[in-house]
Write a protein that binds this ligand. Structure first.
Ligand code: G3P
Length: 223
């Protein structure tokens, strides 16, 4: 499963890239606005940090023509950009045109298997199914992931199911169990994936035992 970080903060992407475990980055207009820097400058900085990963950047137009114009511009900035298009009739139409032009699309704001089917039919490379926002209103976000993964596999669509709007590590674990292709998460959740109290306790005990025994790895330097 691919791990993406969902952020507009270049520093977070840098740290995640240094760990060497991320396969891409997703942004959205809210995350870019929160980061407080120029859109193109931010996206290009992220693209440089993950040159072999997919970097999603979203259009803000609402008609097919506006989306196409913005998508072609954004896609021209770097070869690893995937253009995010919202799940609307205009967005579906734009996705079909863009994929025929060879521009990869991440269809966003997908909340149902029916919407995901349309995104797959239009040729979206990634289908971003939001889970946290559904859980927030007492729905079962992961249930949609299960159905969409099944749909994509059943019909052999090349689209990858991207679990978005992740709130906590168990969303990532559930995404993995269900066979989703990608999970994109806030940097905070990525950090949380590292942690287990038994790891901390275990490491502390190893080091205490080692030091108590006076052992060392390197030969002492003789002068
Ligand atoms: O970028 C799409 C998605 O991951 C946003 O998540 O936390 O705003 O629901 P959130």
């Amino acid at each position: 499963m691919k791990l993406f970080v969902d952020t507009g903060q270049v520093e977070e992407v840098q740290q995640a890239a240094e760990w060497g475990i991320i396969d891409g980055v997703t942004t959205n207009p809210s995350l870019i606005a929160k980061a407080g820097r120029d859109f193109k400058e931010t996206v290009l900085a992220i693209c440089r940090l993950v040159p072999s990963g997919a970097v999603s950047a979203e259009v803000v137009g609402t008609t097919t023509d506006q989306m196409l114009r913005e998508a072609r511009e954004i896609a021209s900035w770097a070869p690893n950009i995937v253009v995010k298009i919202p799940m609307t009739p205009a967005g579906i139409q734009a996705t079909r045109v863009l994929t025929q032009e060879g521009i990869r699309v991440n269809m966003t704001l997908v909340f149902s298997p029916a919407q995901a089917l349309l995104a797959a039919k239009a040729g979206a490379s990634f289908i971003s199914v939001f889970v946290g926002r559904v859980d927030d209103v007492a729905g079962e976000g992961m249930r949609t992931i299960e159905e969409v993964v099944h749909m994509v596999e059943n019909y052999g669509f090349p689209s990858e199911v991207l679990v978005a709007s992740i709130r906590h590590p168990m969303h990532v674990v559930e995404a993995m169990r269900l066979g989703a292709h990608i999970a994109t998460m806030p940097f905070k959740v990525l950090e949380q994936l590292f942690h287990h109290p038994l790891t901390d306790i275990g490491l502390q005990r190893f080091l205490e035992d080692w030091n108590r025994a006076g052992l060392q790895i390197f030969e002492p330097v003789r002068v």
